[in-house]
Structures are given as structure tokens and as C-alpha cells.
Design a protein around this ligand. Structure first.
Ligand SMILES: *[C@@H]1O[C@H](CO)[C@@H](O)[C@H](O)[C@H]1NC(C)=O
Ligand SMILES: *[C@@H]1O[C@H](CO)[C@@H](O)[C@H](O)[C@H]1NC(C)=O
Ligand SMILES: *[C@@H]1O[C@H](CO)[C@@H](O)[C@H](O)[C@H]1NC(C)=O
Ligand SMILES: *[C@@H]1O[C@H](CO)[C@@H](O)[C@H](O)[C@H]1NC(C)=O
Ligand SMILES: *[C@@H]1O[C@H](CO)[C@@H](O)[C@H](O)[C@H]1NC(C)=O
Length: 455
């Protein structure tokens, strides 16, 4: 028995050289499920049903992220990415100490930069086009029995001023109706890019790159540094010539882009990472997002105020001429901030102060951008009437969300609305300015000091 286990162990060891052999893994086992905000929709979507037997679907409100896109060349340096990776490719080819399996080395040696991206800046990729079809099909199937919901006269389409958003809504609509119709689209950056209108939010975001921020501390921790070192070592770099974080991130970007540009193609750069290493890089990005768009940013729990009010107004509107369905296409930030304001993915555990020894606790976090905001991610809020009762269900990426303050399967519209009532005065609360916040703190200190003096 013991011998058998021993032999088995050895065989596993032998295979484990191949375990990290990216080219020999089947699609399901390849470590590209969780690529933070560059995750492909089909890696995380569910297949929940939108209709409920015995109930009528009366209103639908959807906020969707655009599909997978090529980066915008005005802010993204394609030439730099291509040049850095070409240099790395040549170096790795010459590194005699690397422990990549032969097929992965072959894949990497043959890699050349795909110039499609630069030529199609900010346009949907093959995968992105496919995602818009998936979404349209999912809604046709989910709401199909109530044709009014998807009646072109009864839908309102909104998008941001960006090309990616407009192209997404056009693709989506043409998959839904089989016709191209851009005169029905409304541009609305106030509602969909609300965070750009808030200077306090932008200042908070910029502060995060400072060395004292939690994300910077994490990147300087022994745990993160060891991950970078392991990646370098596997690619054959000696201890004295380790890759820096920036280079490793470029390899990871290329791996993610290859998949987002065309899911079916192999990505040579993905072979540089094990699944555990991908988890660490994913956590690193989620940590930044926790502070920029998640619960970690003080003003984020009300920043999407106007968008939530729009949702509530839509659900409540009984005017017969009001639309049945509103669908908006925006960026990942909009969706993440909306979820933070709705309080749907609140973690009870704060990210650790500095170091982590492993990610097992953190892997249980709710705030996972791969899962909540991949390309084409979509929040669908549905109002039903069941007998005389009005109820609401919320779906994210075709998974039903459980609102812990509302009764499962029977969340009453009234209760849902009451929970967010406090948002009605958005203009006063949505973007507190820095000075006011400072005065707030200052005021509290004065109050505390005077209390101490009084007692
Ligand atoms: C490596 O590639 C060769 C040729 O494409 C293929 O026959 C072989 O099965 C591959 N090996 C592994 C471990 O995937
Ligand atoms: C994701 O969606 C596809 C197509 O709509 C479906 O076939 C698949 O089962 C879904 N994935 C999950 C995990 O439900
Ligand atoms: C890229 O971004 C710039 C600046 O935000 C914008 O002016 C331009 O239209 C974008 N490009 C495309 C193709 O949308
Ligand atoms: C309800 O819908 C009507 C018709 O579209 C619109 O004029 C009205 O402003 C809406 N009411 C609210 C509260 O949004
Ligand atoms: C989520 O967390 C935020 C910030 O800590 C808090 O303001 C909000 O009330 C929480 N929401 C829920 C539903 O727990």
C-alpha cells in the first residue's frame, strides 16, 4: 500500500512538471478563469431563470459593462507592450535554467505581437462581439414569453460617450431585434460616468499610487515579492537578474488580452503563470479596486446615488407610457460602484494591514472583480407581480443575488425601495468635497475635545 502511494506520488511529481505545462492542459483546467476586470464573461456567468412561474414580469432595469475590447490607443501604449515582450521573449528563449515544459517553450518562442489591437483601438474584439450575442440570447430566452419587455418601442437604451459602450449597445440591440437602429440610443455620461464628475473620487484614486497606501504595501510585502521571484525563476532568470513587477504585469496583461481578444486562441504568455500566481495577481488588482470602487473608499457607498434613484424610479413608475425595460451600457467602474452603493458585496473582513502569508482567507472575499465585473457583466433588476404582490429579484451575471436584508424569493418592492430611500437627496450626498470631509473630522475632534474639557 505504502509503496503504491509512493509510486503514485512519484508519478504525480512527474506529471506535475507537466501540471504547469500550459499547452497540455485542457481548456477547463487552464489558469485563465480569473483575470480580474479582464475576465471573459463566459468564465463566470450563471444560468439563472429570469421568469417566475405564476408571476408576471413587469419592469426590468439593466446595467451592463461593455463587451471585451481592445484598449484605447490614446491611453494605452501598444508599442511599449510589444517591445517589452519581444525583449523578454528573446531573453527567455536564451535562459538555460528555465523549467517550462518543451511545448510551452515552443509556444513562447513562436510568439509575435498581434497588431489587431492597435488597428482596432477601443473596438469590441471577437470575444466581445460574441459576448453581446450571448447577452441578447440570454434575455430573449429569459424574458421571451413576455414580448412587451423586449418590444423595441418599450425599451430605453443608454450608453456612455465612449466608443466601446456605444458599439456594445448597437451590437446587443442588433442581436436582439435583428436590425441596426441607432436612433433609439441615448448618451448619458451624467448617469453612467458619474464618478468622473466627482473630484473627491478622482483624488482618492490618485492617492492610491502613493507608497503608504495598502495596495503599495502589499506589492512590497515578502509574499508578493516571492510570487514575482517564483515566476522569474521558472522562466530561467537567475537570482541576480529577477524580473521586476512591471515586466511581470506586462506578461500577465498579454496573457489576459490574448484571451479577451480571441478566447479560442492559445496564449503563449499564460504559460508563464500557475493558477496560484494568477490568484495573487488577481488579489493585487482587487485590493486596488477595493479602495477605488469598493467598500474601502469612504464616499463609494453613495457615489452611485443618481443611478440607484433612476432604478427605483423605473421600478415604481406606473405611467403607461413609461418604458418596460431600461438597459444601459457603461464601464466596470460604474457597475462596481453601483454594487458598492447597493451594498450587495460587502465583505465583513478588511484586507490585512500589510502582509499576507497565503491567500486562503482572502480567496473567500466577496469583492472579486473577476466574478462581479468581467467583460459584459450585467446587473439585472426585475419587478414581478405575483397575485396582488409586487416583488423584486436581482441578478448579477445570470446568478441570482441574495439580499440579506430582504426575504429570499419574496423581496417585496416596498421593502426594496425603503432600503434605499435615504438616497433621495443625491445632490447633497453623492460627492462630498474634500474640505467638507476634513471639516467634518475637524469638527468631531473639537467636539471630542470640548466633551473631554466639560467632563
Ligand atoms: C507537445 O506537442 C506535440 C506536437 O504538437 C504533441 O504531439 C504533444 O502531445 C505535446 N505534448 C504535450 C505534453 O502536450
Ligand atoms: C453561461 O452561459 C452559457 C450560455 O448562455 C451557458 O451554456 C452556461 O451553462 C452558463 N454557465 C453557467 C455556469 O451556468
Ligand atoms: C480614446 O480615448 C480618447 C480620450 O479619452 C477619446 O477621445 C477617443 O475617442 C477614444 N478612442 C476611441 C476609438 O473611442
Ligand atoms: C415615469 O414615466 C414617464 C413617461 O416616460 C415620465 O415622463 C416620468 O418622468 C416618469 N416618472 C418618474 C418618477 O421617473
Ligand atoms: C456596506 O458597507 C458600507 C461601508 O462600510 C456601509 O455604509 C453599508 O451600510 C454596508 N451595506 C450593507 C448592506 O451592509
Amino acid at each position: 500500500m505504502f509503496l503504491k502511494v509512493f509510486v503514485l506520488f512519484f508519478m504525480l511529481k512527474l506529471i506535475s512538471g507537466e501540471e504547469n505545462c500550459y499547452s497540455s492542459l485542457d481548456e477547463q483546467s487552464k489558469p485563465f478563469k480569473h483575470f480580474a476586470t479582464k475576465t471573459i464573461y463566459s468564465m463566470v456567468n450563471g444560468s439563472a431563470q429570469y421568469s417566475i412561474a405564476g408571476c408576471t414580469t413587469v419592469k426590468v432595469w439593466i446595467l451592463s459593462r461593455h463587451g471585451a475590447v481592445y484598449p484605447n490607443a490614446s491611453t494605452f501604449d501598444f508599442d511599449d507592450l510589444s517591445a517589452t515582450l519581444n525583449t523578454l521573449r528573446t531573453e527567455i528563449e536564451g535562459n538555460s535554467m528555465k523549467t517550462l515544459c518543451p511545448n510551452d517553450s515552443t509556444l513562447l518562442n513562436a510568439w509575435i505581437f498581434n497588431s489587431n489591437g492597435k488597428d482596432n483601438s477601443d473596438h469590441l474584439t471577437t470575444e466581445g462581439l460574441r459576448e453581446m450575442k450571448t447577452l441578447a440570447d440570454a434575455y430573449k430566452e429569459g424574458f421571451g414569453s413576455n414580448t412587451d419587455l423586449l418590444d423595441i418601442e418599450k425599451i430605453r437604451f443608454r450608453h456612455t460617450t465612449e466608443h466601446r459602450s456605444k458599439q456594445s449597445v448597437l451590437e446587443f440591440a442588433s442581436n436582439l431585434f435583428g436590425i441596426e437602429k441607432d436612433d433609439i440610443l441615448e448618451e448619458d455620461d451624467d448617469l453612467l460616468k458619474f464618478y468622473e464628475k466627482c473630484p473627491t473620487w478622482k483624488a482618492n484614486r490618485d492617492e492610491l499610487s502613493g507608497s503608504e497606501s495598502k495596495p503599495s504595501k502589499f506589492e512590497n510585502s515578502p509574499f508578493f515579492k516571492q510570487t514575482i521571484k517564483d515566476i522569474s525563476t521558472r522562466l530561467g532568470y537567475p537570482d541576480t537578474e529577477q524580473l521586476d513587477v512591471e515586466k511581470v504585469k506586462k506578461m500577465w496583461d498579454m496573457c489576459r488580452y490574448d484571451k479577451a481578444w480571441d478566447m479560442a486562441s492559445e496564449s503563449a504568455w499564460c504559460s508563464a503563470f500557475t493558477s496560484e500566481q494568477v490568484n495573487v495577481l488577481e488579489y493585487d488588482e482587487d485590493l486596488k479596486l477595493y479602495f477605488t470602487t469598493g467598500q474601502g473608499g469612504k464616499i463609494n457607498s453613495r457615489l452611485a446615488c443618481h443611478t440607484v434613484v433612476d432604478l427605483l424610479d423605473h421600478l415604481e413608475n406606473k405611467t403607461s407610457s413609461s418604458p418596460m425595460t431600461i438597459i444601459s451600457f457603461a464601464d466596470a467602474e460604474a457597475l462596481q460602484l453601483l454594487l458598492t452603493t447597493l451594498g450587495t458585496h460587502n465583505d465583513t473582513v478588511e484586507p490585512p494591514e500589510e502582509d499576507l502569508n497565503d491567500l486562503s482567507d482572502m480567496n473567500r472575499r466577496k469583492w472579486k472583480s473577476s466574478v462581479i465585473s468581467p467583460y459584459a457583466s450585467n446587473l439585472v433588476v426585475v419587478k414581478y407581480t405575483c397575485d396582488e404582490e409586487e416583488i423584486v429579484k436581482v441578478f448579477l451575471n445570470q446568478h441570482e443575488l441574495q439580499l440579506d436584508w430582504c426575504e429570499n424569493d419574496k423581496c417585496k418592492l416596498k421593502e426594496f425601495i425603503e432600503n434605499y430611500r435615504w438616497m433621495e437627496k443625491c445632490d447633497e450626498t453623492f460627492c462630498p468635497n474634500m474640505a467638507a470631509t476634513l471639516y467634518g473630522v475637524f469638527g468631531m475632534v473639537i467636539l471630542a475635545v470640548s466633551l473631554i474639557l466639560i467632563y
